[in-house]
Design a protein around this ligand. Sequence first.
Ligand code: 6PG
Length: 252
Amino acid sequence: VKSTEIRSYPVIQELSKALADYVAELSREAVSVRNRFTVGLSGGSLPRILAAELKNRQDIDWDKWIVFFCDERLVSLASEDSNYKLAKEELFDHVPIPEANIYTVDESLIANAEEAANDYQDKLISVFAAMNTAKFPVFDLLLLGMGPDGHTCSLFPDEKYAEVLNEPVAWVTFVEDSPKPPPRRITFPLTVLNHAHNVAFVVTGEGKKNVLHKVIDLHDTTYPAALVKPVNGKLIWFLDDAASASLDGLKK
Ligand code: 6PG
């Protein structure tokens, strides 16, 4: 990891503001260097916290954004369970990201997790492999959440998911029995997370404080989130004070 940073804010609104500044700055940098901003979104509470302030920003080249989902539930795009639907309501409906730049799971493939994952991988390849014939896509920014069990994306803390977690070759993999509903999902494996230029976790609420201590202070790798360490990138944690309350370095 190039650097790890932890930021904590008294209220979520302040976190949202700081997150918007951070994302705007990375977008500006990426557009000036590569003329595009490649970003991966997650589900859960992330889209709302992210969009709250970001959607009002006038200083962002939205048409340069290329958006993927770090994980997606295999449901129709109109379903309440769809990460895309959530991101659409919170962000895409409010900002001019070109529709063609938002990469969604192919609805016609949701009955077959492996095919859906392969198809999503092809979409990644179409965007990334052309530019850098890299072994992995190198995102400008991946925005992640973390569950109270330490999962991130759809990478869950049970040995039986080890293969999904560390999938050495695939750019997108899948689970069919996720402990968090809905059970069928596609997800980036760790290898993809760990090749990004920037990875930001957004974690709030008291329910996360114990697992945050284990992940950040104790580096307990039974929790998948503790394995997110971008080899050549920066890692940053956006927390609220309720979530960060048990962190060694931040104790008040
Ligand atoms: C999903 C998400 C998932 C989420 C965490 C944290 O599809 O469920 O992508 O990885 O980010 O579960 O969710 P909360 O922030 O809602 O706790």
